[in-house]
Design a binder for this molecule. Structure first.
Ligand code: SF4
Length: 365
């Protein structure tokens, strides 16, 4: 297939669904890691076309959803400082912190700007030397190379008014953390294609080996996902556990070596707190010591804070595939995209937002 339309072709999708039904003999629980894949599944009703025994549960691959509450609070605190311009991806503006969000801070007069890339934040810093420009650098391995490049560029130019509040997370340690949960039900994973475009498939081999679990790197279109599910079911039915790559048009075994090089130059692996889930060892990236001058935590001496998640929000269970968004009593009632209680209802990649936009009819309360 060459064109995007073909990856959305109903006839191909239905043929794959029939093939899945034909080779499924018992129930299986599969998890798609990436929130973008969750949205495709909900939008096209992929789960409804699968045999009833196949359950899809949704993983923690929504970067906005897993950004810790403490990072959101720090970003708000920085934004409210008169000398600071806080630059962020648009999704982060409505993510609730413990008391407010960046959109409200903006309404209070904070200089909060939306950017589509970290490069824009560097441009703002260059153009406004009297402002202290802070970029809220969040996301998975997908956004890490561009954010690394921003810090590298700022250092090269000797910019002294640019820094980053970093909250980067890594997928493989999160899969490991899910697999060791006593409550884990997942029997096969669809790994995130965009992340693997950067880091390749290789980082998933040890998970397949250690947990004897099949992993298929999958794309984001309906046909991609049907194909990835078929590959997983074939493995599970045969008792296999292999790493396979469905998203070959974008992902290679080694990934993008230049992107990995800039990431390694600027960031180092560190323990990381995931919103709702808690600390996962060696699951994040932080700026290396050589980049301390670009670390907003250090520049503004923000220190460590710890805040409890709101009790009402079940995002921890949703992000670990233990509950569906519609299991949450607040879903569609007290929690909506207009008035979100938790990050998964805000983000374009959040599972609660996906259910709200495409499955509102299934609210049971
Ligand atoms: S519906 Fe809202 S409150 Fe419930 S888990 Fe999702 S984000 Fe949290």
């Amino acid at each position: 297939m060459k064109y995007l339309d073909e990856y959305r072709d109903q006839r191909i999708a239905r043929a794959l669904a029939a093939e899945i039904a034909g080779c499924t003999t018992r129930p299986w629980v599969l998890m798609e890691i990436c929130g973008g894949q969750t949205h495709t599944i909900m939008r096209y009703g992929i789960d409804e076309l699968l045999p009833s025994g196949i359950e899809l549960v949704h993983g923690p691959g929504c970067p906005v959803c897993v950004t810790p509450l403490e990072t959101v609070d720090k970003a708000i605190e920085l934004a409210l400082r008169p000398e600071v311009t806080l630059v962020s991806y648009g999704d982060m503006l409505r993510v609730p912190g413990s008391r407010s969000d960046l959109l409200r801070a903006k309404a209070q007069g904070a200089d909060v700007r939306i950017a589509y890339s970290s490069t824009e934040a560097v441009k703002i810093a260059r153009a406004h030397p009297a402002r202290k420009v802070v970029f809220l650098a969040i996301g998975f391995e997908t956004t890490a190379p561009a954010n690394a490049m921003a810090a590298w560029q700022a250092k090269r130019e000797g910019l002294t008014n640019f820094s980053m509040l970093v909250s980067h997370v890594l997928v493989p340690p999160a899969i490991r953390a899910l697999m060791v949960l006593s409550t884990n039900r997942v029997q096969g994973f669809i790994a995130p294609g965009h992340v693997c475009t950067v880091v390749g498939c290789k980082d998933y081999e040890h998970l397949v080996r250690d947990f004897h679990i099949p992993i298929v790197v999958g794309g984001f279109e309906p046909v991609d996902l049907f194909e990835a599910i078929l590959m997983l079911i074939r493995q599970l039915e045969a008792g296999d556990a292999k790493l396979e790559n469905q998203y070959v048009r974008s992902v290679s075994y080694q990934g993008n070596l230049q992107a990995q090089q800039i990431m390694a130059e600027v960031f180092e692996v560190a323990d990381q707190k995931w919103r709702g889930i808690g600390l996962i060892p060696q699951s994040g990236l932080r700026l290396r010591e050589e980049y301390a001058a670009y670390n907003a935590d250090r520049v503004f001496d923000l220190g460590e804070i710890s805040i409890d998640e709101p009790v009402e929000c079940m995002s921890a269970q949703v992000l670990q595939g233990l509950k569906k968004p519609t299991d949450c009593p607040a879903f569609g009632m007290r929690c909506t995209p207009e008035n979100p209680l938790g990050a998964p209802m805000v983000s374009n990649e959040g599972a609660c937002a996906a259910y709200y936009h495409y499955r509102r009819h299934s609210v049971a309360h």
